[in-house]
Design a protein around this ligand. Structure first.
Ligand code: GDP
Ligand code: ZN
Length: 466
């Protein structure tokens, strides 16, 4: 695996300012000698590590000039992959980049597999697995807050927390095993109470991380949001106003069903995944177009409902039915058309219907109230106490990945089981089985205990050249 020299195009296809071909491995130096003619000086053997050099890329067979380029040279082990790395920064067109890659392959490198550079960084101990996975999260981040969560994972915030829980588990395991091996010895007393309180502390740390996984999932995948309300209250107008409000439409992904697509909206850093039914693209009139039954289905799957009412009109039976059906679900009531002076909506009646749901007065036409909505959604995502959010940009350990969440859940179950065993007066060796398994489950997150098959699965989801 590690040993041979790999190469790939590191920049996206198409035209750009520069295009980069990246090479990693013990043969990187020879690749430079074969394909690069420096403008100044004698060549790579004279170069300092982490230096840039201007020159021409030539084909190793016929020495024809391919492109003028800057070459970045980085010597092992202080590089991304921990191996020698060279990057050819050529002009950003498909032909110069392809020809440069061809020359590099001809010089003895082989084409890298998807994610292979990052995999080498992991195998070389430069990153743990959670950090390696964070790289792809950084690249695919949908909003500023999503990026914050990914970068903090890349910096090792999550890994450190997981490491702490694993250390605590290991310390407890060591004690339990000493009790099993030397039952007659005078070990520092580790009675049931002490074991129990240690376990509770461990369990609390795991629970804390699991709580953050809700926020993490929202930042990574977006908050599934549905806009509902009877006809003409202003749902489409609101959708358009939200689209105007955001800084950029980040991406569009095909939905699960054939006739529905989802749209990402970046609302103040929080990605909302708004369900939009296909066909009439400018509207999202879920109620109108697909009927009450279907709306209920959408609502079942949604994380958040935005209920639009017309403030210039009285509350209708349809409004009331809708509000009542949403009781207990995460929803925000938007009283729209606040720019119209005439207010027919019965506020008292509304308050009695909505219970705990927050109410915001908005005007889709004028863009009023959208900032308040963004603020409110932010609070809903991070929780009133700001779980997983810090004022310096949310750089806290958040669990964003389903794989991590699943491992935490397994560890949580095992620790609970151990707690129950303590209460039932089970012997120490009985406990150690569960605790070892929990320790291993958590190790899957950082990659300390993980098989080749899982590594294959993770890195194959990367792009080539990463
Ligand atoms: P939908 O059927 O719920 O999607 O409602 P639309 O977005 O199509 O809006 C219905 C009508 O209400 C249109 O004529 C809009 O221009 C108007 N409308 C929507 N929002 C506002 C608003 O905030 N203020 C005013 N004055 N009119 C609005
Ligand atoms: Zn509409």
């Amino acid at each position: 695996m590690v040993g041979d020299t790999i190469a790939a195009v590191a920049t996206p296809p198409g035209e750009g300012g520069i295009g980069i071909v990246r090479v990693s491995g013990p043969g990187a130096r020879d690749v430079i000698k074969a394909v690069f003619r420096p403008r100044y000086g004698r060549g790579v053997d004279d170069w300092a590590t982490h230096s840039l050099h201007l020159g021409t890329i030539i084909h190793p067979d016929d020495h024809r000039v391919i492109d003028e380029a800057l070459v970045a040279w980085m010597v092992a082990p202080r590089t991304f992959t921990t191996e020698d790395i060279v990057e050819f920064h050529c002009h950003g067109g498909s032909v110069p980049v392809r020809e440069t890659l061809g020359a590099v392959l001809r010089a003895g490198a082989r084409l890298a597999d998807p994610g292979e550079f990052t995999r080498r960084a992991f195998l070389g101990g430069r990153l743990d697995l959670a950090q390696a996975e964070a790289i792809i999260e950084v690249i695919r981040a949908k909003t500023r807050d999503g990026l914050g969560a990914a970068v903090s994972q890349l910096e090792g915030q999550l890994s450190r927390r997981i490491g702490k829980v694993r250390d605590d588990l290991l310390a407890l395991l060591a004690h339990l095993e000493a009790m099993i091996d030397f039952p007659e010895e005078d070990l520092p007393d580790l009675g049931n109470d002490r074991i129990r309180s240690d376990l509770v502390k461990i369990q609390r740390q795991i629970c804390d991380l699991l709580e953050r996984s809700r926020t993490g999932r929202v930042l990574r995948e977006g908050w599934r949001t549905v806009i509902v309300g009877r006809p003409n209250v202003g749902k489409s107008s609101l959708m358009n106003a939200l689209l105007d409000e955001q800084r950029a439409i980040v991406t569009e992904i095909p939905g699960t069903t054939r006739d529905a697509i989802e749209e990402y909206i970046d609302l103040g850093g929080i990605p909302l995944r708004i369900v939009d039914t296909a066909g009439i693209r400018e509207t999202e009139d879920v109620v109108e177009r697909i009927g009450v039954e279907k709306t209920r289905e959408y609502l079942e799957k949604a994380d958040l409902a935005l209920v639009v009412l017309d403030g210039s009109d009285s509350l209708m039976a349809e409004d009331e039915t809708l509000l009542l059906s949403l009781a207990g679900r995460p929803a925000v009531v938007l009283v729209n058309k606040s720019d119209i002076a005439v207010r027919r909506l019965d506020e008292k009646r509304l308050h009695s219907l909505v219970g705990e749901m927050p109410i915001i007065s908005v005007s889709a036409k004028e863009g009023w109230g959208l900032k308040e909505l963004a603020e409110l959604i932010r609070r809903m995502v991070y929780g009133e106490d700001g779980v997983g959010f810090s004022p310096d940009g949310g750089r806290l350990a958040l669990v964003t990945q389903a794989r991590h969440r699943e491992a935490l859940e397994r560890a949580d179950d095992l620790v609970r089981q151990a707690l129950k065993a303590v209460d039932d007066g089970a012997s120490p060796d009985f406990l150690t089985i569960d605790l070892k398994a929990a320790w291993e489950a958590l190790g899957e997150i950082t990659g300390d205990t993980v098989g080749e098959d899982i590594l294959d699965k993770i890195f194959s989801s990367f792009c080539i050249g990463k």
